[in-house]
Design a protein around this ligand. Structure first.
Ligand SMILES: CSC[C@@H](O)[C@@H](O)C(=O)COP(=O)(O)O
Length: 339
């Protein structure tokens, strides 16, 4: 692979992040040397995608721990923990990763132990991504046309990613693959990032405007819609990039099975339904300005929710590293988590 989403440089220590704000035109990296700058890079979307955000935050905390000198980490880390938690609200992986680190530092772990934990999370993500892709193979025909939203590939994770990882691995395993990629307004993760990845892997695809999905599913054969997610509630309602709900509705109306691919770390059993998921609202400029050019009249206002919630009734299954979870999600997720 010609790019690497993140790299931990222990000698710094720094977290080296591929700057996803300037892809695909420019491939450049940023070295972050403080927990605050890692939080800033999550907020400004230098790094994005739920699994990548979680692992980045864990490394941000390690940086703070390493810089603490001999100080008691229980006194030093709450500030770094708070700044990282405040970076973005919707992807539960951020909180999952920081909770996992906090359990250690509250119990007296030192910086070396925290670094080992962050590195373990990084390695786990690679394995989890592969397991998701392997489970998905069981439901894919030999010749398969996908619909996909946002970017859920290697740029959004440490390994091959979730939904886009399924598409990539199916292609590599010899399936005859074609993928329609929603461009994913306003930040165009589909056009800029998913297309960049699939070009890299040689996977045939077409970028389409977000509003085209229902029409395409009606007029052309589409076998499966598969997306990633930022948080799954205990009843299976799923938050993902804005426009996912529309895609799920289009899929249902056209008899296309709609799947959500995610690590189990994205399932939030503490949130009973999708109504409890906080939806990030981002700057109006993301809607009004595209690649530096204004696309609306001077003074026009915008509203920019970054995610939506797809109701569980529209979802055929959750493709996780532990297998495919089917409806009824409340019952089957409780069983999965031993509740
Ligand atoms: C494997 S990534 C899953 C999700 O995080 C992805 O679908 C998504 O919505 C990303 O949103 P982003 O705002 O780009 O962080």
């Amino acid at each position: 692979m010609a790019f690497r989403t993140m790299e931990w440089v222990t000698e710094g220590p720094v977290l080296r992040l591929l700057d996803q704000r300037v892809l695909p035109e420019v491939v450049r990296y940023r070295d972050l040397a403080t927990a605050e700058s890692v939080a800033g890079a999550i907020r400004d979307m230098t790094v994005r995608g739920a699994p990548a955000i979680g692992v980045s935050a864990a490394f941000g905390l390690v940086i703070a721990a390493r810089q603490a000198g001999g100080a008691d980490l229980r006194a030093v880390l709450p500030a770094a923990d708070a700044v990282l938690r405040a970076a973005r609200p919707t992807a539960v992986n951020l909180f999952w990763a920081l909770d996992r680190m906090r359990a250690l530092w509250e119990a007296g772990a030192d910086a070396a132990r925290l670094e080992a934990e962050a590195l373990a999370m990084e390695a786990e993500d690679v394995a989890v991504n592969e397991a998701i892709a392997a489970h998905a193979r069981a439901i894919l025909p030999q010749e398969v046309t996908f619909f996909h939203h946002c970017n859920t590939g290697a740029l959004a994770a440490v390994g091959v990613g979730t939904a886009l990882g399924i598409i990539r691995r199916a292609h590599e395993a010899g399936h005859k693959v074609f993928a329609y990629l929603d461009e994913t307004r306003p930040r165009l993760q589909g056009a800029k990032l998913s297309s960049f990845e699939l070009m890299e892997y040689g996977v045939p695809h077409a970028v389409v405007v977000d509003g085209a999905s229902a029409h395409i599913m009606r007029k052309r054969p589409v076998d499966i819609a598969v997306v990633g997610c930022d948080r799954v509630a205990a009843n299976g309602d799923t938050a993902n990039k804005i426009g996912t709900y529309n895609l799920a509705l289009a899929a249902q109306d056209n008899g296309v099975p709609f799947y959500v691919a995610c690590p189990t770390s994205t399932i939030d059993m503490g949130t009973p339904t999708g109504d409890g998921i906080e939806i990030e609202e981002r700057a109006e400029e993301e809607v009004l300005v595209v690649n530096g050019a204004s696309i609306a009249p001077n003074g026009a206002r915008a509203f920019n929710p970054a995610f939506d919630v797809t109701p569980n009734r529209l979802i055929a299954g959750l493709i996780t590293e532990k297998g495919i979870i089917r409806p009824p999600f409340d019952v089957n997720l409780r069983a999965l988590f031993g509740g």
